[in-house]
Design a protein. Sequence first.
Length: 222
Amino acid sequence: MSDSSLIAPQPPFRRGPGGRPTRAEAERRHQALLDTATRHFITRGLDGVSLETIAEEAGVAKRFVYARYRDKGDLFVDALRRLIEQRLSFIGTYEVGPAPVEEGLLAFAEMLEVAATQPEALALYRLVINEVQRFPAVSRLFADKMKFGVLGSVTRVLAVYQTRGEIALEDAPMATELFVTLVVQGARGRALLGVPETPAEMRRRTQAAVRLFLDGCRVTAR
């Protein structure tokens, strides 16, 4: 995983009248700090980098950091919050097309699977798992983003097919969790373990997962 995938080049910092940074400049410095912190936390872990190194590489003073965060742990949680939001933003804007339910859910499932198995997503997942004991806030953060981000958006997608009369869900939240488990968990587990899989094998497995899910909720003609 390249560092460039996690941090964009920052333009030179600007100062306002009197030498103090403008509000926009202060926010840009804050984003540079979060970019740098995220890159280091993902590639080196929480204990692999000092707050001093992060501040120096971000081009900000330590007092700038401490004006916003109590310590490296607080910065870590905020950096993860932003990264999780960035990684999940695509799912909130997903629009269901006119394709029949099996075709539409397959396309949606493949999108979720690809997103969950990207190197950055796997690195984020490892980091969260490794640090939840030390930082309960990370566990709550991840759970909230999953509940209101991923699961909420999947429920919204499934509701469209239910409204169309193509599926019937007795318990929408449970159906959502089962769909995500079938589609994402196995793929992510294999990716974490480095189990090789061809695109054809991935597609066949995803098709089987979608069909298994639909076997439990598809509305059939009488």
